[in-house]
Structure formats: C-alpha cells, structure tokens
Write a protein that binds this ligand. Structure first.
Ligand SMILES: Nc1ncnc2c1ncn2[C@@H]1O[C@H](COP(=O)(O)OP(=O)(O)OP(=O)(O)O)[C@@H](O)[C@H]1O
Length: 234
C-alpha cells in the first residue's frame, strides 16, 4: 500500500445564503504511509476542517477520501466511528485526559480499543513517562500531559496521527520537545503524521508539505532533505 490517503476534489461548505462559506473548494492530494506531512496556511484557510474530515470527525460535501483503499466519505456513522477508533490517533490542543485516572491508566484506557495494543511499558519509556506513570494529570506539567495525550493516541497502534497545532500553546522549549517526540514516533513506529500548524519552521522536518490558501491547494511538495527536529529553530 503506497498511499495511505488519496483525496480527490474534496469540498466543504459551512452555512447557507449570506452566511455561506466555501471552506474547501476542490482539493486533491495523496499521502504516503510513513510520511510526516505538515498542512500550512493562513488562519481560516480550512486546515482544521480538512484534518477533521481526514479523521472522520466531520463529513465532506463532495469528493472522495480514500484511506487504505476505502472511501471514508461514503461510510455511515457506525463505520466512521470504527474507522476513527481503529485507525486514527488524534492529538488536539485540549488534551482530553481523564482527571481521575493516572498517566498510565489514561493510556491503558485507550489500549482496550485495539485487539493488539502496544506494550504499555515500552510506550511509557518512549514517551519518557515511566517515572510519572502514577501521577494524575493535575500533577503533571503541560509537556508531560501532552505526552500522555500522545500515548493515548499511539497505544492502539494507529496508522496515522492527526495533530492540530501540537506546539501551538507551548513555549519554545516545550514545543521543541514535542517536535523531537513527533520525530521519534515517526522513526520508531513508522506512524504517518499529519500536522496542522502555523509554525512554518516545522515544514523543514516534514517529508511532505501542503499549503492551503482560500480553500485550494497553493503548494504541495516533498522535501528532498529533511532537517532533524533538534535543528529546527525559531
Ligand atoms: N462548524 C462550522 N460552522 C461554520 N463555519 C465554520 C465551522 N468550522 C469552521 N468554519 C469556518 O470555516 C473556515 C475555515 O476554518 P478552519 O478552522 O478550517 O480554518 P484554519 O485554517 O484551521 O484556521 P486557523 O488557522 O485559524 O485555525 C473559517 O472561516 C471558519 O469560520
């Protein structure tokens, strides 16, 4: 399977009449398995809308989105729910951790979603959470909380991680830690990463860069040489 996603003529409009906004106006692209992809573009250009459709959180008005050869735009609610549950890991800005569960239990509670989850010890180690595993979210730093959120997304062996502004609310040091973590996840597990961001610098560590402008693709290219996450500065 060369391409994980094949998107064709994707369209999405919000509202009607005078309040109508054509957010995606016919978008085409392909994403290969194992790629780090950044989706860039000005505020309001449709980045999050696109990410939500790729993740089965929202539906398209027109066009097709093939994931591993299956068109997710024709799935019914139940099929979409299974697609989200079995295939996609979400890392959005609000970490959605369960306050009454420890770091480890937060991750464990997502493991049951998969018949073949990742080894919990391994994931705690990869995310450098081993020594914090018995702490509750309120006892963790922002960066540690976000690593738990990554753990929740990863433990079910998602084929793809969708990240909406993963460094958005973080200071430089923490944002850098997240970039290192994203790189490690991609290299260790071969996970495809689709990252919506305002941080243009992240594009240098991505295999594939997609830029949206006014609901169409303004640029779509592959980087010949990748920067390592440690060398991304801003
Ligand atoms: N549920 C909704 N109902 C109506 N309009 C919406 C809805 N979701 C998004 N929009 C509109 O669609 C447009 C694109 O929004 P989207 O969040 O996809 O942009 P974005 O590129 O991610 O922006 P930002 O960088 O500011 O997060 C915006 O004009 C937004 O107001």
């Amino acid at each position: 399977m060369k391409h994980l996603y094949k998107v064709k003529n994707l369209k999405k409009t919000f509202g009607r009449g005078e309040g109508k906004t054509d957010v995606l106006k016919g978008i085409d692209f392909k994403i290969r398995k194992g790629e780090i992809v950044t989706i860039l573009g000005p505020s309001g250009s449709g980045k999050s809308t696109l990410l939500h459709i790729l993740g089965g959180l929202d539906t398209a008005d027109d066009g097709t989105v093939f994931y591993k050869g299956r068109d997710i735009t024709v799935m019914n609610k139940k099929e979409r729910m299974l697609y989200r549950r079995n295939e996609v890991g979400f890392v959005f800005q609000f970490y959605n951790l369960l306050g009454d569960l420890t770091a480890k239990e937060n991750i464990e509670s997502c493991a049951y979603l998969s018949g073949d989850p990742m080894d919990l010890e391994e994931i705690m180690e990869t995310l450098e959470l081993s020594e914090h595993q018995n702490k509750f979210p309120r006892q963790l730093s922002g960066g540690q909380q976000q690593r738990v959120a990554f753990g929740r997304a990863l433990v079910k062996k998602s084929g793809v991680l969708l990240c909406d502004e993963p460094t958005g609310a973080l200071d430089y040091k923490r944002a850098k830690e997240i970039l290192l973590l994203l790189e490690r996840i991609n290299r260790t597990y071969g996970t495809t990463l689709i990252i919506v961001t305002h941080n243009e610098n992240i594009k240098d560590m991505a295999h594939h860069v997609i830029k949206l402008r006014d609901g169409v693709i303004a640029e779509d290219y592959k980087n010949r040489e990748l920067k390592r996450a440690k060398d991304i500065n801003w």
